[in-house]
Write a protein that binds this ligand. Structure first.
Ligand code: TXA
Ligand code: MG
Length: 322
């Protein structure tokens, strides 16, 4: 495995590896992706074995340019055009009805395909150099915390990838917002940096929340994005009491907090994140990973506010905790 700075020579090499059917991990603005040539079913199959991911879970196809949509989607509806114009390149994934030739390994056997044009310059350079679509889930073992730095990928999958392009820390830090446009009305499948309110403003229509009756996205399962250490969400008011209680029992506790009152918490393993949702998001996964690596008895996480801007954080925290 090569872990390399994402310079032009490394990007050209990575594109050649993709063409040869190998796996390449690369940065996006959301999280690092584990990429394979989306038109090559065998290559896509390698993603599933590397991650230990069930074969019926579809993957996102990443493209350099919205012009390439019709290579993968059966149609490019006006709603999608509006969203693409407003948010691409960027942290939005759109579900389309698929073209007949999209490999089954990409769609997990569904009639739909997930497409995204990412904004990260390394991701875009790799996609341009490669030319086609790159299938890429987050570059972590199935169910685990998504990587937001190159060394996280090396930790998780170092022995499984041919190359990791290091483009530094991901600026957004949580996975893309996913919107499904294949139903009568738009449905939000996964909250992310781009909020429901922003989508509604561009579409001029309400965006329904997924009813969760059918698991179409692994990120929709109740336990996902999870640390190994048992993790609990606590109200800001009960957090300090919980820490005292656990410490009194001789437990080693890690704390992830964000409100100012927690600054004084007498705990050795306290990470105080920013109390703005976007900055919190950017630091969330690396902080969880750092606390998880300490092999403590328990992680206590201060519950963020329930407002719309915290939707992505609350979604991921609810899946990372018991
Ligand atoms: O930000 C992201 O989206 C990152 C970066 C690498 O682009 N990727 C990512 O991939 O989070 P992954 O596989 O960890 O999550 C993609 C989600 C999954 O929950 C998957 O089920 C869903 O997208 N998905 C993919 N194709 C779909 C489809 N046809 N219908 C519904 N959901 C789909
Ligand atoms: Mg994932």
């Amino acid at each position: 495995m090569i872990l390399t700075e994402a310079n032009p020579a490394a990007i050209a090499k990575a594109a050649a590896l993709l063409r040869a059917g190998e796996l390449v991990a690369f940065p996006t603005e959301t999280v690092y992706g584990l990429g394979a040539d989306a038109a090559n079913a065998l290559a896509v199959g390698k993603i599933f074995s590397a991650k230990g991911r069930p074969a019926d879970h579809p993957v996102i196809v990443h493209l350099a340019d919205p012009e390439q949509i019709t290579d993968w989607a059966a149609e490019f509806p006006d709603t999608a055009r509006k969203l693409a114009a407003a948010f691409w390149p960027g942290p939005l994934t759109i579900i389309f009805n698929k073209q007949a030739n999209v490999p089954r390994a990409v769609t997990g056997g569904q009639n739909t395909v997930a497409l995204r044009v990412p904004a990260n310059p390394t991701a875009l350079a790799l996609l341009r150099a490669f030319g086609g679509g790159v299938a890429a889930p987050s570059a972590n073992r199935f169910g685990r915390i998504s990587p937001t730095q190159a060394f996280h990928v090396a930790e998780e999958l170092g022995d499984k990838v041919s190359c990791i392009l290091d483009g530094g820390p991901c600026s957004v830090g949580v996975e893309s917002t996913i919107i499904d446009l294949t139903d009568d009305a738009p449905v939000l499948l996964r909250p992310g940096r781009i909020t429901r309110a922003q989508l509604k403003a561009v579409l001029g229509a309400e965006v329904r929340l997924s009813s969760n009756t059918q698991i179409r996205a692994p990120g929709m399962m109740a336990v996902h994005y999870a640390p190994h250490t048992i993790a609990l969400l606590c109200n800001p008011e009960t957090l300090i009491g919980m820490i005292d209680e656990q410490c009194a029992q001789g437990k080693q506790v890690g704390v992830l907090a964000h409100s100012d009152i927690c600054r004084m918490i007498p705990c050795r393993h306290l990470i105080l994140l920013p109390d703005r949702a976007e900055s919190y998001e950017a630091a969330l996964y690396s902080s969880l990973r750092e606390l998880d690596n300490l092999q403590l008895d328990m992680l206590l996480i201060e519950q963020p506010p329930a407002s719309e801007e915290w939707a992505a954080v609350n979604d991921r925290l609810s899946k990372a905790t018991v």
